[in-house]
Design a protein around this ligand. Sequence first.
Ligand code: G1P
Length: 292
Amino acid sequence: MSDLIKKAIFPAAGLGTRFLPATKASPKEMLPIVDKPMIQYGVEEAISCKINEIVIITGKHKRNIEDHFDYAFELEAKLKKSGKKNLINEINRLSKVKIAYIRQGYALGLGHAISCAKPFVNNEPFAVILSDDIIDTGDTLLKDMVALYKKLRSPILALESVPVSEIHRYGVIGGVKEWDGVYRINELVEKPSAETAPSDLAIIGRYILTPDIFEILERSRPGKGGEIQLTDAIATLLKQRPVYGYLFKGKRYDAGDKLGYLKATVDFALKNPELSGQFSAYLMEVAKKLKH
Ligand code: G1P
């Protein structure tokens, strides 16, 4: 098996219920953070790790994801006429990336979504990117995981230490620290209560997995919330081979949650050279009003 990670799976067939009604007829992954849809941040992150083969698991109402990563000829012609060359480059920048789309008929859970990508993955290790977990553009989480995979040749899950009050929203690991930032996992629980969680180390949306996960996923029964859970399948994989956790200490936004989405929007707007000056002045005005 190759030690190069060339492929990434983006599950994007969820119903996005936390953002209704915005997600009634259009996918959560297309909600913009400033001027790019959420999923584009993840795709750019994959490309920055030299992962150039991408499969997006889509579902109903997801066709505009496909349109987004395609050439936009009409728009291009209009922009050409009005001399907006920079925008042409920007809208077509990602259209050369190889992206395959697989439709997940029923949203049966994250584990099921990953299993739909089996024909695309063959016998290679691959990355999973959950695009509503947005990693700050200055951080190198996935790159570090890819490098670690070359050393360990075992599945690796990105971890973050989260407050007890939030633990019930995540898959949580129990494990032993192997060296700084790297844990050998010995237990995995999907969305435990604070009392039963094995630690405060939550799985965040970056995984490097090996193809032996597919056989387990195919046999998986519904778990938490009646869904086929990736966490449960990895818990079974643990009995067959070592699985590691990599502790991320940078900045992640849970943009699948309204507050996290707003935080990402504010921080990315502040980093945007066209907006930062006026936007920070506006935020200061707002902050002043809130103090009163
Ligand atoms: C999924 C996984 C969970 C993980 C989380 C990270 O949950 O099932 O284990 O901790 O992503 O964002 P979801 O957010 O889809 O409910």
